[in-house]
Design a protein around this ligand. Structure first.
Ligand code: SP5
Ligand code: ZN
Length: 361
C-alpha cells in the first residue's frame, strides 16, 4: 500500500515572542506554565516521528475574530501593551491586571465608562491573574487564530485531518473576556468560520483539555448549530471553578447542545474512555455535517504540573483512535498541556492514534 499523505501541522514562530511570562498563582509569582517550549517540543516530536509536514498559516486578519469576540475585547488585546508603554511603563514586566471589574461592581449602574487607555481597561476583560501580556502577545494571539483557520481550511479543502499548533491557547476566552492563558478563542473562531464561510450547517466541538472550556461554552450556549462537548476536571475542585458542571446544558435553541463531563481526580484511561464514549455518542446523535473540531489539551497527563488526572502517553493513542473511529474529518487545535518533557510524545501518540482510528473506522 502507498504511504498516506503527511498530515499538515500549521504553526507560526509569532508565538515565540509571547514569552518571559510570569503568572500570579495562589499569592505567588511563578514562571508561566504556558511557555514557548511547549510548542517547540511538539513541533520537534512530530518532525521526529515522520508523517507530518510543518506549514505556515495564511493571514486572515481581524474579521473572523470579530465574528466571535466583541470589538471591546479585541481592542484591549491589540492595544494594552502599547498603551502601557505610551503611559510610561518600561516594558520590563508582563502586564497583569490588579483590579477587576466584576458584574457585581456596577450592579444596576450599567453602563459605566471605562478608561480610554487599554491597559487600564484590562481588569474589565480579564478573569484571572495568570494571563500575562507582553510586547509579542497580540501578534501571537492573532497568529494562533491564523493557525486554527488554516487548519480548518485545509480540512475543508479535502484533508482528512489537520493539526493547528495554536499558542497561545483559546478555550477560556469568551465573547468579551480573556483569561486562562487565552486571548482569542481559536477553536470557536474556527467553528464559526466553518458555519459562516465553510457552508456547513452543524459543527460539533469536542474539548479534551483538562480544564472546562468556559469561553467556548459561553460563545455557543444558545446556538442550535454548534454542539459543545467537554471532558474536564470537575470544577468543584479545578479551574475555572465557575463552569463545567454536568447541569450546564445550554439554553434556547442550544438547549441540550452543551454537554459537560466532569471527572474525578486520578481518572485514568478506564474512567476517561467511558466519558469519552458518551461524548462521542452525543456527537454522533447531533449528526454534524462539518469537520469535527477538537480542542486538545495534554494537561490530563499523569505528570502535568497543574492537573490531577492520570492519563499516560499510550492512553492518548487510545483516545485518538476512539475519536478517529468516528469517521468525520477532523481539525485538531492545541489548547493546554504543561509537562513539557512529555508533551511531544503525547502529541505523537494522540495524532498517530487518530490516524489509525480513521484508517480502521
Ligand atoms: C489552556 C489552559 O489549560 N489554561 C489553564 C489555565 C489555568 N490557570 C490556573 C491554574 C490553577 C492551578 N491550580 C494549581 C494547583 C497545582 N497543584
Ligand atoms: Zn487546560
Amino acid at each position: 500500500m502507498s504511504q498516506p499523505p503527511p498530515v499538515a501541522v500549521y504553526r507560526s514562530n509569532a508565538h515565540l515572542a509571547h514569552a518571559g511570562l510570569v503568572e500570579l498563582l495562589a499569592g505567588r509569582q511563578i514562571p508561566c506554565y504556558e511557555s514557548p517550549e511547549r510548542a517547540v517540543a511538539i513541533e520537534r516530536a512530530l518532525l521526529g516521528a515522520g508523517g507530518y509536514e510543518l506549514r505556515e498559516p495564511q493571514a486572515f486578519g481581524l474579521e473572523p475574530i470579530l465574528a466571535v469576540h466583541d470589538r471591546t475585547l479585541v481592542d484591549v488585546v491589540e492595544h494594552a501593551w502599547t498603551d502601557a508603554l505610551a503611559a510610561g511603563a518600561d516594558g520590563s514586566h508582563p502586564l497583569i491586571p490588579d483590579t477587576f471589574k466584576l458584574a457585581a461592581y456596577s450592579g444596576p449602574m450599567e453602563p459605566l465608562a471605562l478608561p480610554s487607555a487599554a491597559h487600564l481597561r484590562l481588569g474589565a476583560f480579564c478573569f484571572d491573574t495568570a494571563t500575562p501580556m507582553v510586547a509579542g502577545t497580540a501578534a501571537a494571539a492573532r497568529a494562533a487564530v491564523d493557525v486554527a483557520l488554516s487548519a480548518a481550511h485545509a480540512v475543508v479543502d479535502g484533508a482528512a485531518l489537520a493539526y493547528g499548533l495554536c499558542r497561545p491557547p483559546g478555550h477560556h476566552a469568551a465573547r468579551a473576556m480573556l483569561g486562562g492563558y487565552c486571548f482569542y478563542n481559536n477553536a470557536a473562531i474556527a467553528a464559526e468560520w466553518l458555519r459562516r464561510d465553510g457552508g456547513f450547517a452543524r459543527v460539533a466541538m469536542l474539548d479534551i483539555d483538562y480544564h472546562h472550556g468556559n469561553g467556548t461554552q459561553q460563545l455557543f450556549w444558545e446556538r442550535g448549530d454548534v454542539l459543545y462537548c467537554s471532558l474536564h476536571a470537575d470544577p468543584a475542585r479545578a479551574y475555572p471553578y465557575f463552569s463545567g458542571f454536568a447541569s450546564e446544558r445550554g439554553a434556547g435553541a442550544g438547549e441540550g447542545l452543551t454537554r459537560n463531563f466532569p471527572l474525578p481526580a486520578d481518572t485514568s484511561l478506564d474512567g476517561y474512555a467511558d466519558a469519552l464514549s458518551e461524548a462521542l455518542d452525543a456527537v454522533a446523535a447531533f449528526d454534524p455535517d462539518a469537520p469535527l473540531v477538537v480542542s486538545l489539551g495534554f494537561d490530563t497527563f499523569e505528570r502535568d504540573p497543574i492537573g490531577d488526572l492520570a492519563l499516560r502517553t499510550a492512553d492518548y493513542a487510545e483516545i485518538g483512535r476512539a475519536i478517529g473511529g468516528m469517521g468525520p474529518r477532523t481539525v485538531v487545535l492545541q489548547e493546554g498541556g504543561y509537562a513539557v518533557d512529555a508533551i511531544g510524545a503525547n502529541a505523537v501518540a494522540f495524532l498517530g492514534g487518530l490516524r489509525e482510528g480513521r484508517e480502521a473506522g
